[in-house]
Ligand binder design. Structure first.
Ligand SMILES: [Zn+2]
Length: 376
């Protein structure tokens, strides 16, 4: 079966009644049918359908972007265990409890009270839950339709946002040149990056395939997952805060970053990935919270222009973190200056960003709850 996981995983016991379907003898034709929740088969078939459609659309030119290959079979040793449930006993049952088909009541490590409140008030509808295995943990993503999201008060401030490559994740500037906010890169992230290097070295010293090698491999996966979680949390917090507190948010065009950076070191490529993810989240969240997200055009010299006199410093190198304007002598911090220029961008030059999917009144929110624990 293409795209299907035939095994639902040890942490996810799926009970199936073993009911017969027309043309399929559960006992003999497919003895494995009753072992798993029917959702795992249905999900696999749905994924295969999507995969085939994307491949076909790409081949016939209906789909833009990179070419899509023919869907690949899933493999237990290569692909992550994943199952999406859309029917059956599926609900949020408290600020720390979800009920999943087959598994029953499950306690969540994360407090999900905001969702629980919506469910109690009747303003949210649970559409699906996806359970997956990730470095020994079992996160569940809940897909909800929220009919009346809480709206922040209208606000008029405009800010320019530069995604930092040094100590700061974000530099948020007002048009008048003052700093609205500097969001530092989480310290724990730097520490866990060092842990990743250590775990990688430890893995390299083991004999491939040996029990110690597998143990080191799991350790590396856990360390990587931890770094990814810390980073994801920081980005989520930063983008929600931006979308809720400012009327207009101006960011740099992504292509510019890729163009100027050229050959990148590890840290820079990390920052570039963060920039892409932030832009994606801001697009959604600006729609939800009613703020205006704009991107500066590819040719807008946000880094090179002097925010004091407008002189364009064509000689500015990537390594110049601080520079003095050759025309007026003002000394600039590279990131702050870029942020100010973005904040001052005339609306006519900025492209409005919207994914066209989300509106103010309704949005479908994804909430990820980490680390499930079985209750009793
Ligand atoms: Zn100047």
């Amino acid at each position: 079966m293409i795209g299907a996981s035939s095994h639902a995983g040890p942490g996810f016991p799926c009970a199936h009644s073993g009911q017969r379907r027309p043309g399929l003898d559960c006992g003999e034709t497919a003895p494995w049918w009753a072992e798993n929740s029917k959702e795992s088969y249905a999900g696999g078939i749905a994924d295969a359908v999507t995969g085939l459609k994307n491949w076909h659309d790409s081949k016939t030119g209906k789909r833009h972007g990179p070419k899509v290959r023919f869907p690949r079979r899933k493999k237990k040793t290569r692909d992550r265990l994943r199952c999406t449930c859309t029917t059956g006993a599926l609900r949020v049952d408290g600020s720390r409890t979800v009920v999943l088909p087959g598994a029953g009541q499950v306690r969540t490590a994360e407090n999900i009270r905001p969702i629980w409140r919506h469910v109690r008030r009747g303003t949210a509808r649970l559409l699906s839950a996806t359970i997956r295995e990730k470095a020994g943990r079992w996160p569940v993503s809940l897909r909800l339709e929220i009919t009346a999201p809480r709206q922040p008060a209208p606000r008029t401030s405009t800010v320019g946002v530069d995604v930092g490559i040094g100590n700061n994740l974000l530099i948020v500037m007002y048009p008048d040149g003052t700093v609205a906010e500097k969001v530092p890169n989480p310290r724990a992230l730097r520490e866990s990056l060092a842990d990743i290097r250590k775990a990688n070295k430890a893995l390299a010293r083991k004999t491939e395939g040996s029990p110690r090698w597998w143990r080191a491999k799991r350790k590396l996966a856990r360390t990587q997952a931890r770094a990814a979680n810390i980073r994801s949390d920081a980005i989520h917090n930063a983008t929600t805060h931006l979308a809720k507190t400012h009327g207009r948010v101006v960011i740099e065009d992504l292509a510019v970053r890729q163009l100027i950076r050229g050959l990148r070191s590890h840290r820079k490529s990390w920052a570039d990935a963060a920039a892409g993810e932030m832009r994606r989240q801001l697009t959604c969240k600006a729609g939800w919270y009613g703020s205006d997200l704009r991107t500066a055009g590819r040719w807008y010299p946000s880094s090179k222009a002097c925010s004091a006199c407008g002189h364009i410093n064509a000689d500015l190198a990537l390594a110049d973190r601080r520079w003095a304007c050759p025309s007026c002598g003002t000394v600039h911090d590279r990131d702050e200056n870029a942020g100010v220029n973005l904040a001052r961008l005339p609306a006519s030059q900025a492209e409005a960003q919207s994914d066209g999917k989300t509106g103010l009144a309704r949005h479908v929110a994804m909430k990820r709850v980490n680390h499930l624990r079985k209750v009793a």
